[in-house]
Write a protein that binds this ligand. Structure first.
Ligand SMILES: [Fe+2]
Length: 200
């Protein structure tokens, strides 16, 4: 199993503040880097939830919401082709493209235990909160004949307690992420269900 520690804490260049890419450019990168459709879907779902949270809960303007969305969309972009070097490769690509440091730091901190980078601002904390839960909720939708229709928070919580269900989803990471914010697990689950169910 790879140990991903990045061994650095500063990402990007402050001169690139506000430098973003379009969603079309990010999707083109995903098409090239991520042949696995299910992994692409995972990133699109996290992106949709991140964008919605920025707009609905943080009153983000369009540029800020795009940052949140891009971080979600690209956070696992190198996972399929560089499993032993996960995060480092996409970070260096975004630095090469002179992307806003906040987007890069957000990606670098989406798994503090693995990358050795602590989430700092709200965007960092929320990607960490959403990442694993989004995957578990999607796995749950796949085993329900009705998919997301009628999915309830209590059903998700039940799956969360079942260690064998989506066993690769780290319950420790979910708890650690939630301990860093002031929103309940229940509210986060409902928010994810509401905002990722339509992403295909
Ligand atoms: Fe992820």
């Amino acid at each position: 199993m790879a140990i991903y520690q990045l061994g650095r804490s500063v990402f990007g260049d402050p001169r690139n503040n506000g430098n973003l890419m379009t969603i079309e450019e990010a999707n083109a990168l995903l098409e090239e880097w991520v042949p696995n459709e299910r992994l692409r879907l995972h990133m699109k779902q996290v992106a949709a939830v991140m964008k919605a949270w920025a707009i609905e809960k943080e009153n983000a303007d369009a540029a800020t919401a795009l940052k949140w969305e891009l971080a979600g969309l690209l956070h696992d972009a190198d996972w399929e082709k560089h499993p032993d070097d996960h995060c480092r490769v996409i970070i260096e690509e975004l630095e090469r493209r002179q992307i806003d440091p906040e987007v890069i730091h957000c990606i670098a901190s989406h798994g503090p235990k693995y990358f050795g980078v602590e989430p700092e601002n709200t965007m960092d904390k929320m990607i960490y909160v959403f990442d694993e839960l989004s995957g578990l909720i999607h796995a749950y939708s796949l085993m329900r004949p009705e998919g997301y229709d009628g999915m309830e928070v209590k059903g998700v919580k039940k799956r969360l307690k079942e260690k064998s269900f989506a066993a690769n989803v780290s319950r420790d990471d979910i708890n650690d992420a939630l301990s860093r914010i002031n929103t309940s697990l229940e509210d986060i689950i409902q928010f994810i269900i509401d905002h990722q169910s339509s992403i295909r």
